[in-house]
Design a protein around this ligand. Structure first.
Ligand code: 5RP
Length: 258
């Protein structure tokens, strides 16, 4: 791995803990003005000091995030679909040159294993890995789950391993029973979990705790943080679980204290 690639990864994954809390706010690229992100800057700017990295699109960052922001950017460079259509029909929508202009620390796209456009989405990942390699920019691959797909270790393990084989540097997937099998399928490639739909805060913390205990290096969480009634408390609580190995009850208290 070249120096630039290592340096970028170590800006995202804290070298002291080997863990990371990414804040995912890229939902608008396919679901429009998601609850909590209608005025993205108002919700997200106060949370940035507590995030290790921000997963976002180029349009959102230019609209709502001040360029003085010093956290690493994981730039969503794919899109072309909406919740109204077949989601797997995704394309790369942002050139690597624009990712570099934005000073992205990593780039990301989704892979739709089992989706109608499975092959196209795998090709997107391969293209990004090649582009990223040219400039030392790591690629985070999201294992998107289609409507028909079970979120189990067999399916998520399959999807995650394909991302690894195509060359992803970080895999983002969902927590499931026997999650350790998904992590094992990824070899040395770090795995983070998405938060998924908003659930009660304690459940989301429990899921983060379980994921870490089964080998995830952190979370790339969105709605369970920015849709919380106490988003700052919630991101602090998630940090406590991820970076300090706090128990769920302790972390929940951090959330409650806001
Ligand atoms: C969509 C994404 C989102 O960033 C991801 O779903 C994370 O957000 P959440 O924790 O709200 O699920 O990658 O493909």
């Amino acid at each position: 791995m070249n120096w630039g690639m290592k340096n970028r990864l170590s800006r995202i994954i804290n070298p002291k803990t080997g863990r990371c809390v990414m804040l995912a706010v890229d939902h608008g690229f396919f679901q429009g003005p998601t609850t909590g992100l209608r005025n993205l800057g108002k919700t997200i700017n106060p949370l940035i000091p507590y995030a290790d990295a921000l997963m976002i699109t180029r349009g959102a960052i230019r609209n709502w995030i001040p360029p003085e922001m010093d956290k690493p950017i994981i730039l969503r460079v794919s899109g072309g679909t909406s919740i109204l259509k077949e989601l797997s029909n995704e394309k790369i929508t942002t050139a690597i040159e624009d990712a570099i202009r934005i000073n992205a620390t990593a780039i990301t796209c989704s892979v739709f294993i089992g989706g109608e456009y499975e092959r196209q989405s795998i090709e997107n990942l391969g293209y990004l890995v090649d582009e990223g390699r040219k400039y030392g920019i790591p690629v985070l691959s999201v294992t998107a789950v289609g409507k028909e797909m079970a979120r189990d270790a067999r399916y998520l393990g399959l999807a995650s391993r394909i991302c690894v084989e195509i060359g992803a540097d970080i895999v983002k997937t969902y927590f499931c029973d026997e999650f350790e099998k998904v992590v094992e399928a990824c070899g040395n490639i770090p795995v983070v979990i998405a938060g998924g739909k908003k659930t009660p805060e304690k459940d989301a913390l429990e899921m983060a705790k379980n994921a870490i205990s089964k080998g995830a290096i952190g979370v790339d969480m969105g709605r369970n943080i920015f849709q919380s009634d106490k988003p700052i408390g919630m991101i602090k609580a998630v940090r406590a679980v991820v970076h300090e190995n706090k128990e769920v009850e302790e972390a929940f208290k951090i959330y409650q204290d806001g």
